[in-house]
Design a protein around this ligand. Sequence first.
Ligand code: HEC
Length: 211
Amino acid sequence: MIVMNKILSYIGLIVIGGLIISCSAKDDYQGLEYAPNMYHSVPYEPMTQITDKDAGNWVNSDSDIYGEYFNSNPNNPHMMNLRVPPANVVARTKNGYLPYRVPKDSIEYAGKYVKNPLDSTAEVLAQGKALFEIFCISCHGATGQGDGLVGQVMLGVPAYNVGRVKDLPEGWIFHTITWGRGRMYPLGPQIPIEKRWKIVRYVQTLQNQPN
Ligand code: HEC
């Protein structure tokens, strides 16, 4: 009798253990969910987009197979909850440029990873030069020697084609224009992103001048 009891309790343990293991989540399988609508919101959440082909069946049919993700909206294109913007709305980007979000203290990051979207064409260089003569020439001088009219009084304006400044990468220069550096004030608020990149192309030609 005792032996029989032992055998039964072992079998019981194995069955219960098997049940627990088979519910466990792994990889893409989230495990057996008890009352899934406690995990997945039934009201549509505006910013989620999960594509679940069975979504909506729980409302529209008697089928037992319904999507677990109620947030796939079968009534909208691509099962999105957000609607597609109406025609002719004004995009938040300007000429395709997203806002520059690299913070002021991350100039090393900018120097490494931020790249100029504009090629060095004759047109870009000509516009870059014109912009340089509006925003930078007063301090940096016509050839970037730091000898502009303000630069002569202000002092400490570096020449572009000497020492460390000669090798500054494009992202670094862009970041300097945007946020300023030391006594150079930030020009980001005055100069739109695309124009800043044009100036960078022109500054690079000044960096490459023989000295
Ligand atoms: C008010 C004067 C002034 C104006 C205007 C000015 N700069 Fe500067 N710039 C400086 C000074 C001063 C420094 C040196 C800053 C320091 O290292 O403390 C400097 C440094 C720089 C550097 C070197 C940064 C480094 O890491 O050493 C670059 C590149 C530069 N300026 C580009 C520009 C460009 C491009 C413009 C125009 C869009 C411009 N600056 C406008 C005064 C000016």
